[in-house]
Ligand binder design. Structure first.
Ligand code: CUA
Length: 162
């Protein structure tokens, strides 16, 4: 019987990983999307950015309880602040952020909650995060939006359960 040539073995050493790596990535994608339910924030609707003061729910920015332990934070971003810029919820809450921009492209980034979404004028962004631990979770704009971009921040205050 002939021994496989060295060239054949080298080729095999490249061919097998080049098949295994994409297959592994596809598997990771399927597990995270369908198993862990992780999705890219989708198109949650469109609004007229010049009419936010008269458009629900952005006419009343703030936090509302929508179920046991579930909250909705309705936020409007504009140069150079968030409304509201402080959100208070009890520990263990699940908060859905429904947000948009009234002028230019902004972002909503909550590093400690692994939440990151762009806020585009005319587009409603909807993204959910859980806040199991009490503490302060700063949020900030992470899309450069002008001269005072760096001042555009706020915080989620997660209060201990009484
Ligand atoms: Cu808003 Cu940067």
């Amino acid at each position: 019987m002939r021994r496989p040539s060295t060239v054949y073995l080298y080729e095999l050493a490249w061919i097998l990983p080049s098949i295994a790596i994409p297959v592994g990535m596809l598997a990771a994608l399927i597990v995270t999307a369908f198993g862990a339910g992780i999705h890219v924030p989708g198109d949650a609707g469109r609004v007229d950015p010049t009419q936010l003061a008269a458009t629900a729910p952005f006419d009343q920015p703030g936090v509302v309880e929508v179920g046991p332990g579930r909250y909705e934070a309705r936020m409007v971003a504009g140069i150079w602040s968030f409304a509201p810029n402080e959100i208070r919820v009890p520990a263990g809450s699940t908060v859905t952020f429904v947000a948009t921009s009234r002028d230019v492209v902004h972002g909503l980034f909550i590093p400690r909650a692994n939440l990151n979404v762009m806020l585009l004028p005319g587009q409603v962004s909807r993204v959910t995060a859980r806040f199991p631990q009490p503490g302060e979770y700063p949020f900030l704009c992470h899309e450069y939006c002008g001269i005072a971009h760096h001042t555009m921040w706020g915080k989620v205050v997660v209060e201990p359960r009484s």
